[in-house]
Ligand binder design. Structure first.
Ligand code: ZN
Length: 288
């Protein structure tokens, strides 16, 4: 265990502060962050298999959280296991999270702050994402790949050895592009994540995907589609009297009915269209 590091981390209450200190200690981390090695440096003494039905990850520590054991469900893919370990490490290092924890699948997707419990799960997720995909290098890699494509998200997921879902979430959080990801299973929305500039998504958890969307039609498991153009009203909330933007849609078909949909609004195209609409309107006014 690295005692100096532990001392410095003890003063940090938020995932962001913890990550700042951690990344300063390990300035030359490879993209595939060695989760278990670093966890061992900060007090995790063992990694074990969790055998409680319904749970994906867990933390067992002494009340002072000097030492801990991280548990993960048997049979998780390497990518999901890494993310779960990062999540539990977050619970271990954030002082207010207590010393024993069992986390379900929904907890590993949490990003709301409605209850204290949800807020803590969201913090553990922010920690895991920031730990496995450090912001400066992820932003650089994202930029080098160019304008958003669903294949880029897959490339990043391989590069950082995280699930496509985790890399898509991080992508939405950090991209300057106007895009969103919709995670669905068997035609039902699991949840959506939008970039900062993207309009408000119209669908909620548990609702069916829009009729006629490409995601419903595209069913080639293990592959991704080309872009399809669609009226924005299918995906986003449009205020009355406001012109709906055109949304470009691309989808990756994963196994077991899981799909990741990428929605993109091309700002430059939209400006051209608005200009054209304005011109057409002025002409019509003149002709009337
Ligand atoms: Zn948790």
């Amino acid at each position: 265990m690295n005692l100096d590091l532990r001392m410095d981390l003890a003063d940090c209450g938020s995932p962001e502060r913890l990550l700042e200190v951690l990344l300063r200690y390990y300035p030359d981390l490879p993209r595939r962050v060695p989760v278990e090695t670093i966890a061992a440096d900060v007090g995790i003494i063992e990694f074990k298999t969790l055998e409680v039905e319904g749970f994906i990850g867990g933390l067992l520590a002494d009340p002072e959280k000097n030492q801990g054991i991280i548990l993960t469900k048997d049979g998780l893919s390497a990518k999901r296991k890494r993310y779960t370990q990062g999540h539990e490490l977050g619970h271990f290092l954030i002082p207010s999270h207590g010393y024993q924890r069992q986390c379900r699948k929904e907890d590993l997707e949490e990003n709301s702050r409605t209850t204290t419990y949800q807020q803590q799960e969201a913090e553990a997720n922010r920690f895991s994402a920031g730990f496995l995909m450090p912001k400066p290098i992820f932003v650089k890699d994202m930029g080098a790949l160019g304008s958003v494509e669903v294949t880029h998200v897959r490339q990043l997921s391989d590069l950082y050895e995280v699930s496509m879902e985790a890399s898509a979430n991080r992508y939405a959080e950090l991209t300057p592009d106007n895009c969103a990801f919709i995670f669905s299973r068997d035609g039902i929305v699991r949840y959506g994540r939008a970039s900062r500039s993207f309009p408000r998504l119209a669908m909620r958890k548990g609702t069916p995907l829009p009729q006629n969307c490409l995601t419903r039609r595209f069913n080639q498991t293990g592959t991704h589609s080309a872009w399809a153009e669609q009226h924005g009203g299918a995906w986003i909330e449009i205020e009355t009297g406001v012109r709906a933007p055109t949304i470009l849609e691309q989808v990756v078909c994963q196994s077991n009915g899981f799909k990741v949909t990428l929605l993109y609004i091309d700002e430059a195209e939209e400006e051209d269209r608005e200009e054209y609409d304005g011109l057409a309107e002025r002409w019509n006014a003149r002709l009337r």
